[in-house]
Design a protein around this ligand. Structure first.
Ligand code: ATP
Ligand code: MG
Length: 487
């Protein structure tokens, strides 16, 4: 029978030692941490197969520690223990994904059974992942990484916002710079982390449904309102509402959201009662809101309110020193995800990645590493796996290397034998759709087309299902890469 390593995190050392004694009789190796800080250390030095956490630690709330441990190692099974039967802690814990929840004082057989079940499940999972690595799904989003000065500043600002409980935060930055990760990160490290974080993509909800979605409604508020429904502002009580793509919020909704930010109160549709909104609102966009204010498509007063705490995420080309640590992180992460064991990346490949301008920012970098890992069957990613990026950085065409929102001029030479313009057009539409994961609004903007024109051309070029789902896309991009690699 294999030996398991179990970490017990609890400030009550009498409890820890008696549980450790019981567990060690079955041959498992046990270590104890009495604080969260010790737990982080043991995660690295002891590398446990399972952690048992007490919900009431002296230096951190147990659920918060649970979230942080999962961010560091999302495959670590965790059992939460608590003597608090009167709270809805168990419910919150299961919602966050704990593997089991056990009340204190505990019955030893229950703990033993729970551990057996978790290890049995873990074995099945690792067998499945050994046979079919590509079938495994991601459980958690990427962790925010980067060790360049601007990322270090970003972490500090995030921490301040979280600790000071800033009620309104605006995240600005180009597409793929990590706004969504930052929003989740602030929520996860704040005292609000055990309440929900609800995300609303303002670009994808039709205007006529948005008010209902955010505010909810009373029974009979409109013809189809058969029963009362609560909206996002109520669902996120105590937590965070993330208004992504706020630049796409219709003007009349902007006025209503502004009122919630100012008064911290709202009414359901058709309701007369004012409801307190104990929420943090994080808004994000890659659009130029100041320009939108000038164009009268964004309310000045809303921008003023949101601007009180603004975090601007730099494009990756302005924080290239982060690239090596990010690549390392993605290799680790993808090794875990696909059951691979790539050791690293060749030095010259890293230099080539530093020479490229990454118009799609960190998202593009991640996709490039993922594609390279699919191509590499051995241990080291080499420069040959990054042909698309090295080709682009050697190519002087501004259309390929600069951010398309600022590329005003396109210097292209007509090939001697001419070209078929529709093919060029189709290729650019494909690239824009792939860059923005199929988001038509962003792709249209990047190409200087209206949404309707993009939709029309997508149909004309039979690109309605483009880009395909993620894994097929990686495979297609490998084929594409091999085609280039032959030249
Ligand atoms: N600092 C980072 N560390 C690790 N991964 C990152 C980082 N920043 C971005 N990413 C990766 O890039 C992807 C895109 O990030 P995210 O969705 O947060 O960007 P965004 O700014 O919201 O983009 P968009 O404006 O297109 O919505 C993430 O899934 C993640 O893989
Ligand atoms: Mg986003």
């Amino acid at each position: 029978m294999s030996t398991n390593k179990i970490l017990i995190v609890d400030s009550d050392n009498v409890f820890c030692y008696s549980l450790a004694k019981m567990l060690s009789t079955s041959g498992d190796v046990i270590e104890i941490a009495e604080t969260a800080a010790e737990a982080f250390l043991k995660l690295e030095t002891f590398n446990p197969d399972l952690a048992i956490l007490d919900a009431n630690l002296p230096d951190i709330d147990g659920l918060q520690l649970f979230t942080q441990l999962k961010i560091i190692d999302n495959r670590l099974p965790i059992i939460l223990m608590s003597s608090d039967f009167h709270s809805d802690l168990a419910f919150k814990a299961f919602n966050l994904g704990v593997d089991d929840y056990i009340g204190k004082p505990f019955i030893y057989e229950l703990v033993e059974q729970s551990i057996k079940k978790i290890f049995a499940k873990k074995r099945i999972k690792s067998n499945v992942s050994n046979c079919k690595p590509r079938l495994r799904k991601k459980h958690l989003p990427d962790q925010l990484v980067g060790n360049c000065p601007s990322m270090v500043d970003l972490f500090k600002t995030m921490n301040n916002c979280a600790q000071q409980d800033c009620k309104t935060i605006l995240l600005l930055g180009e597409s793929g710079t990590g706004k969504e990760l930052v929003a989740h990160g602030i929520h996860d490290i704040s005292a609000r982390c055990s309440a929900p974080m609800i995300e609303v993509n303002c670009a994808s909800i039709p205007e006529n449904l948005m008010e209902n979605e955010l505010f909810g409604h009373e029974k009979g508020a409109y013809t189809d309102a058969g029963s009362r429904e609560i909206g996002v502002f109520e669902q996120a009580e105590g937590g965070t509402v993330f208004l992504d793509e706020i630049g796409d919020m219709p003007l009349n909704m902007q006025a209503k959201v502004l009122k919630v930010i100012e008064n911290r109160k709202f009414r359901r549709l058709g309701g007369s009662k004012e409801i307190e909104a104990n929420i943090r609102i994080i808004a994000a966009t890659n659009q130029d809101l100041a320009k939108m204010v000038k164009d009268k498509t964004f309310r000045r007063d809303l921008l003023y309110r949101l601007n009180m705490m603004t975090i601007v995420l730099k494009p990756l080309r302005d924080r290239k020193r982060c690239i090596p640590s990010m690549v390392e992180y993605f290799i680790d992460r993808l090794n875990n995800e696909y059951g691979r064991s790539v050791d690293g990346i060749a030095k010259e490949a890293v230099s080539a990645l530093m020479d490229y301008d990454w118009p799609g920012n960190v998202r593009e970098l991640r996709n490039a590493v993922e594609r390279a890992m699919m191509l590499e069957q051995g241990k080291l990613l080499s420069i040959d796996h990054f042909c698309q990026e090295t080709r682009a950085s050697n190519n002087n065409s501004p259309a390929t290397v600069t951010n398309c929102t600022v590329a005003k001029k396109v210097a292209v030479d007509l090939p001697v034998n001419g070209l078929i313009i529709e093919e060029v057009e189709k290729e650019y539409i494909k690239q824009a759709l792939a860059r923005y994961d199929g988001n038509q609004t962003k792709a249209a903007k990047c190409l200087g087309l209206t949404l309707d024109t993009l939709r029309y051309r997508r149909k004309k070029f039979e690109l309605e299902n483009y880009p395909p789902p993620h894994e097929q896309r990686v495979l297609a991009s490998i084929t594409e890469h091999r085609r280039y690699a032959q030249f």
